[in-house]
Design a binder for this molecule. Sequence first.
Ligand code: MG
Length: 118
Amino acid sequence: MNDNNTTIARLKEEVHAMCLRKGWGVDGVQNPQHVAMAMTVEMSELLEHFQWLEPEDVRRLMDGGDPERCAMIAEEFADVMIYGLQLARSLGIDVTGQILRKIGIVDRRPPKPGVPKR
Ligand SMILES: [Mg+2]
């Protein structure tokens, strides 16, 4: 399974199956308030891998020059996404629909003055 052959619906079910196996929540559904809070903790763990990096360190990451750090970032990214998928499943959020809707909103916003295009 990878991004090219897996649907978001399938990932939601994989995460739910893990929650059932682990005995988390009621019938594998955890309180979405708790899930949202846990998601921020995982986001902090992800950010920790970027703490105090210089721009050249980030460039090195992007160029594949620090695979160990990238692997740790990927693991924390997965933690964030797992909670995000749990949240989406428990609240009936259609991830694709909401992302496309939000892209439409962002596309209609005028560019902010002074924000660099990087
Ligand atoms: Mg973590």
